[in-house]
Design a protein around this ligand. Structure first.
Ligand code: NAD
Length: 328
């Protein structure tokens, strides 16, 4: 007997919503049913494109449509209230990263999810990128010897005029480049190594021309397995770069995120052929669907999303105090 098709609603019709809809459409067993955005035009545009209902108020959407799954692609300060509301209706959650503004907000979401017995996947896309998956396989194989350290660098113009204002207001975003993009790096490092960050030493700067969030940061991380890592991010004007070097005793890997994977065994880097996979968003939905059907945890559960926020909190504590901070 074929399993019931699950109806998925997407809340927030902004920049990333299209990736969600494309992935839902490509996933057997899922069907998009509705979209909500306070900007009715945005919601209507996506509703027209995917032949679904549109709402301005996400609460009304959930009450009327009773979706099986809700994807939350809202500004970060709305993640908690939307997640708890949807959980109250028994909806499983695809909750975009970063999970929430603070560890205490994550705990509130987790309590609501446990009470409702729902499955959740936090959208840490790094777990699902083909190059990253291949890099992780190589690290696990032991082919490059022992993992020694990781160096992650990202530069981009964070203050581009088209960036929505909420990203640059700390009360709404939880922080700047480190909260939005640094959480991808923290996730990438923890997930690649299978080890959690335990200690943090961070320095951040606030030289952006808009808002009150940090525009750059240099972070030294120590993992529970003893491996050190650095995350260096600049949101100021400059040459865009998004690279992670993974240094082992018998060679190195370089991830150019979203582009390619490179290897060196002593000579210059050589590009690796990476097996093709479905898109990261498709893999995320397949993972959540499997968790719903089997009652197991997804590959990126709320407890993990909370861990990333705990590291981010330690980063800000360290930068404010000028001291090394343990991840609590
Ligand atoms: N996984 C990834 O690679 C990735 C990439 C980009 C964004 N994201 C995450 O996705 C989320 C959304 O980011 P985005 O870039 O799409 O932002 P965005 O600003 O483009 O979209 C947010 C949308 O939410 C709507 N909105 C605001 N308040 C609302 C409310 N009360 N009710 C309904 N709609 C409301 C806005 O009108 C806007 O259309 C964030 O958590 C972000 O960090 C993840």
């Amino acid at each position: 007997m074929s399993e019931k098709e699950l109806r998925v609603a997407v809340i927030g019709a902004g920049a990333i919503a299209g990736n969600h809809f494309e992935a839902i459409q490509a996933t057997a067993g899922l069907r998009a049913c509705a979209v909500a955005d306070i900007d009715q035009d945005r919601a209507d545009e996506l509703a027209g494109r995917y032949g679904i209902n549109s709402y301005q108020d996400y609460r009304e959407l959930i009450e009327r449509e009773r979706p099986d799954v809700v994807a939350i692609a809202l500004p970060h300060y709305l993640h908690k209230e939307a997640a708890i509301f949807a959980a109250g209706f028994g909806c499983h959650l695809m909750l975009e990263k970063p999970m929430a503004l603070s560890v205490s907000e994550c705990d509130e979401i987790i309590r609501a999810a446990v009470a409702a017995n729902i499955r959740m996947l936090i959208g840490h896309t790094q777990h699902y990128m083909a190059d990253n998956l291949h890099a992780k396989r190589i690290l696990r194989s032991g082919d490059l010897g022992r993992l020694v350290m990781i160096h992650d660098v990202r530069h981009m113009n964070y203050y581009r005029p088209s960036r929505p204002d909420w990203f640059l207001e700390k009360a709404k975003s939880g922080g700047g480049v480190l909260a939005n993009l640094g959480t991808h790096s923290i996730d990438k490092i923890q997930w690649l190594t299978g080890s959690a960050v335990r200690k943090v030493n961070a320095s951040i700067s606030h030289y952006g021309n808009r808002g009150d969030v940090e525009g750059g940061g240099m972070v030294y991380l120590e993992l529970a397995n003893g491996v050190p890592a650095t995350v260096v991010q600049s949101g100021y004007i400059g040459a865009a770069r998004n690279e992670t070097e993974i240094i082992c005793t018998k060679g190195m890997l370089k991830l150019i995120t979203g582009d390619s994977l490179w290897i060196s065994r002593g000579g210059p880097y050589e590009r690796l052929e990476v097996p093709e996979t479905a898109t990261p968003f498709e893999l995320q939905y397949a993972d959540l669907l499997e968790a719903i059907r089997t009652g197991s945890e997804s590959g990126c559960p709320a407890s993990y999303g909370r861990e990333v926020i705990a590291v981010l909190e330690a980063v800000y504590r360290s930068a404010a105090s000028g001291t090394v901070q343990l991840v609590l």
